[in-house]
Write a protein that binds this ligand. Structure first.
Ligand code: NAP
Ligand code: ZN
Ligand code: ZN
Length: 352
């Protein structure tokens, strides 16, 4: 066992605080990673506060992890001590079901589904998995990503969730040069969606509720910015989008975006609000054969593909570095959409 230091939430209404954990000994297929940086995803907040139900306390969030490999098991082939490494939202899956065989581990049909980086049953060490708000991780190499060396390391961390969660649907719905693509919400996911869709050659329109983000959205790669609260601005884009990626973390009117899709267009939801959205109008969908869809992170192979795509295009997250003990303030700011555009914890600030 290896002692690691972490930050955990101990109850729905309690701030996160220091918590000592044990990591398992390195097994034949395991990689031990000293965590250098961990991004702060809105899912961490949903989970710490049990907004989706099913949180096991104490919970150590964090699934946007980059670090340095310090030890590898005897059968590990992909990594050696000293390498950079990344861990995202999954640390294991059944590996034999159809989804796993197709590289879609996030849709694993095994008995435990996929093992989330935190708050999943931990079959190897007992208890539940603990995430990346910690000084060390031990993860099977099959779920460890190679991190490109040419990108700023701290700004790579958010790619492990925000990056793949936006890349995967953009790929799945075959976004390409010439497509008109909307991104709803300029937060952690949204700002990655803008960068990646622009790099894929799409004409990108960012929808925001925050007029103060217009200039940033353009700098990040949006060709146009629409204030979604302004009906005239919205109406100007009716029936024109091939694809819309909706990253909003709160319930809202989906129809205002569905009506902007072309015939056969799709809006894919990746935001997971605590309470349901108002049910969308069927009329809006049937008359133009529009689709409303969802998407969950991305598989391991696709996550590696996304990291390599970002390396090739020089894409990283725009980050604000925080100390570990600033996490509770960061959560409050995230709730006010006051993030530019992802908090990343500098793990060297973890007090032992
Ligand atoms: P975030 O950084 O807080 O960004 C969410 C953005 O949504 C905000 O910046 C804001 O953008 C907009 N927004 C917030 N409240 C709103 C409201 N009431 N009405 C309209 N817009 C609002 O969060 P994130 O980390 O990007 O995560 C977004 C959501 O995706 C969360 O629910 C998270 O759990 C979920 N998620 C899903 C997956 C998946 O696999 N599907 C993976 C990761 C995260 P503007 O200021 O521009 O309006
Ligand atoms: Zn996440
Ligand atoms: Zn499986």
């Amino acid at each position: 066992m290896l002692k690691a230091y972490s930050y955990a939430a101990s109850a729905t209404d309690k701030p996160l605080g220091p918590f000592e954990i044990n990591r398992r000994d390195v097994g034949p297929n395991d990689v031990r990673i000293d965590v250098l940086f961990c991004g702060v995803c809105h899912s961490d907040l949903h989970m710490a506060r049990n907004e989706w139900g099913g949180t096991n306390y104490p919970v150590v969030p964090g699934h946007e992890i980059v670090g340095r490999v310090v030890e590898v098991g005897s059968d590990v082939t992909k990594f050696k001590a000293g390498d950079l490494a990344g861990v995202g939202c999954m640390v294991d899956s059944c590996r034999v079901c159809d989804a796993c065989q197709e590289g879609l581990e996030q849709f694993c049909d095994g008995p435990d589904s996929f093992i989330q980086t935190y708050n999943s049953p931990d079959r190897k060490s007992g208890g539940v998995t603990y995430g990346g708000y910690s000084t060390a991780m031990v993860v099977d190499e099959a779920f460890v990503l190679r991190v490109p060396g040419n990108l700023e390391l701290a700004a790579v961390a958010p790619l492990l969730c925000a990056g793949i969660t936006t890349y995967s649907p953009l790929r799945h719905w075959k976004v390409q040069k010439g497509h008109k693509v909307g991104v709803v919400g300029l937060g952690g996911l949204g700002h990655m969606g803008v960068k990646i869709a622009a790099a894929m050659g799409a004409h990108v329109v960012l929808f925001t509720t925050s007029p103060g983000k217009i200039e940033d959205a353009k700098r990040l790669g949006a060709h146009e910015v629409v204030i979604s609260k302004d009906p005239d601005q919205m109406a100007a884009h009716a029936n024109s989008f091939d694809f819309i990626l909706n990253t909003v973390a709160a319930p809202h009117d989906l129809d205002q975006f569905m009506t902007l899709l072309k015939r056969d267009g799709t809006m894919t939801l990746v935001g997971v609000p605590e309470h349901p959205h108002p049910s969308p109008s069927v009329m809006n969908m049937i008359f133009k054969r529009r689709s409303l869809a969802g998407s969950l992170i991305g598989g391991i192979a696709e996550t590696q593909e996304m990291l390599d795509f970002c390396a090739e295009h020089g894409i990283t997250s725009d980050i604000e570095m925080i100390r570990m003990d600033e996490i509770n303030t960061a959560y409050e700011r995230m709730l006010k959409s006051d993030v530019k555009y992802r908090f990343v914890i500098d793990m060297s600030t973890m007090s032992k």
